[in-house]
Design a protein around this ligand. Structure first.
Ligand code: ATP
Length: 355
């Protein structure tokens, strides 16, 4: 079996290489290069990553190729993120990076020549009724299925996630026991490249700054100034620079460049119990075709947290709607609503949360 491994130089994908070699495979290793768009050369952390990846390749006597997806990344993922932010939405570049870059461009340029592509994502694949489904990881803290919820069937059916059945600590222990050079490296900050650079700097470069008011929603009182609605997201608590909080961003007026905030942890205003999703995407198939007109009991996430929330999924003419008995904090349009089966075992798909 021909396997390509996406090797980042971090501990997770290094352990993937180790485990596959232990099972007798000789995978081909690929490092994806994405740099800052304002420099032609790589930044230091990327150089260190590549050195680490090379050390792993040498140690196992495997080939390592650098795949340059720099342009593709900036043309697709970064452009998507800026477009959403400009429209006052909260993008999820990690989701798009997986869909378009790691399993999109890479698959078309390289992955398709292999039987499988293996990564260090914490997720599983589950074979059910002859089809491959995306399954959740054993480690709930590390589960990354929410970041994978826009991939398609062709992608999921050719992916391998060798770490999905392990806890992060076990992965570190394997790396230490095997004496891997990356064993003690800290976890990367974000899944995709944008997570590794300063988000505000990135946004400022594209959209600049424009001062606007911060207003208390209940009273209409002006509390302070912000530097552009694009630096703020619904549900945000930190970085507002207001005393006497906690304050939460509960609404944005894009036209007027106004941020509305509300005080207190349990202000009703920052909670909702339903949301709509547009362009809902089923990864493998719609498992609920028979229940098309009724409600389906599901679990879901609207942000990257270990907990799954319970709710009912309704089909509507324009898409899907989730109604939950739980209080949902900071429902941010532009983010993905990620839907799982009621047992939180399968990640069924996702849709962009609408306004
Ligand atoms: N630059 C890259 N080149 C090749 N593969 C990558 C790269 N960045 C990430 N990956 C792949 O995507 C997986 C998930 O990436 P993520 O950024 O979440 O890293 P992680 O969970 O810290 O994993 P790792 O410890 O392997 O970096 C990695 O395990 C690896 O397989």
């Amino acid at each position: 079996m021909n396997i390509a491994v996406l090797l980042s130089g971090g501990v997770d994908s290094s352990v993937v290489v180790h485990l596959l070699c232990e099972q007798g495979y000789r995978p081909s290793l690929f490092y994806i290069r994405i740099g800052r768009d304002d420099t032609d050369y790589m930044d230091c952390s990327a150089e260190e990553d590549l050195e680490m990846a090379s050390a792993i390749a040498r140690r196992y006597g495997l080939s390592l190729e650098v795949v340059d997806l720099h342009r593709e990344y900036w043309d697709n993922v970064a452009a998507y993120a800026i477009d959403k932010i400009r429209r006052g939405l909260t993008p999820n570049p990690d989701v798009m990076c997986n869909k378009l870059i790691k399993f999109g461009c890479f698959e078309r340029q390289v992955g398709r020549e292999f039987d499988f592509t293996a990564t260090g994502h914490y997720a599983t694949t589950v074979l059910l009724d002859g089809k491959t489904w995306l399954g959740t990881a054993v480690d709930p803290i590390k589960d990354q299925t929410d970041f994978l919820a826009q991939i398609d069937y062709l992608q999921v059916s050719r992916l391998m996630f060798p770490l999905g059945g392990l806890m992060k600590q076990e992965v570190r222990d394997i790396a230490l026991r095997a004496g891997l050079p990356s064993a003690r490296r800290r976890d990367s900050q974000g899944i995709c490249f944008l997570g590794k650079i300063n988000y505000n700097d990135f946004v400022r470069r594209f959209l600049g700054e424009r001062e606007g008011d911060i207003i208390e929603l209940e009273t209409g009182k002006k509390l302070g100034k912000h530097r552009g609605y694009w630096f703020h997201t619904i549900g945000q608590r930190k970085g507002l620079g207001l005393g006497g909080g906690p304050w939460f961003v509960v609404r944005k007026d894009i036209e007027g460049n106004v941020i509305y905030v509300s005080r207190g942890y349990d202000t009703e205003l920052q909670f909702g119990n339903e949301f709509r999703m547009r362009d809902f995407h089923f990864i493998t198939d719609n498992p609920w075709k028979k229940e098309e007109n009724g409600a389906v009991e599901v679990t879901f996430k609207i942000r990257h947290t270990p907990e799954f929330m319970k709710g009912r999924l309704f089909r509507e003419p324009e898409g899907y709607r989730i109604v939950s008995d739980e209080k949902l904090q900071g429902i941010a349009p532009g983010q993905f609503g990620v839907i799982y089966d009621s047992a939180s075992r399968l990640c069924v798909g996702s849709g962009e949360i609408g306004l």
